[in-house]
Write a protein that binds this ligand. Structure first.
Ligand SMILES: *[C@@H]1O[C@H](CO)[C@@H](O)[C@H](O)[C@H]1NC(C)=O
Length: 98
């Protein structure tokens, strides 16, 4: 019983931490650098890169992610464009590799 209470508390903490970031717009594609401009997305970017068994030279700033939505603004790994090759399409538009 005690461990159930403890793990529930951890879940609540995790949700609060993620909620600090401004959520991405569902379906839109973002460079990591664009996500960082929206809020505290670095932990999610790091987790997403790790979960997909990828690595980057710039902590995901030049990698494209698609916003899958959900309450935490979940992101999915798409592709690493390489440093200097991730283009910010602007507000409401998809970012792209160039
Ligand atoms: C962004 O890309 C996704 C996936 O290719 C597409 O479904 C969506 O319509 C695009 N959105 C815009 C605003 O171009």
């Amino acid at each position: 019983m005690k461990s159930i209470i403890a793990s529930s508390a951890l879940v609540v903490l995790a949700v609060v931490q993620v909620a600090l970031a401004d959520n991405c717009n569902v379906g839109l594609i973002y460079c990591g650098s664009s996500l960082l401009g929206k809020g505290n997305y670095q932990p999610q970017i790091d987790q997403c890169i790790f979960d997909n068994h990828q690595s980057t030279q710039d902590n995901g700033a030049s990698t494209l992610f698609q916003c899958a939505g959900g309450p935490n603004g979940v992101i999915q790994y798409l592709v690493n464009c390489g440093i200097g090759h991730c283009h910010d399409g602007g507000s409401g538009k998809n970012d792209t590799c160039v």
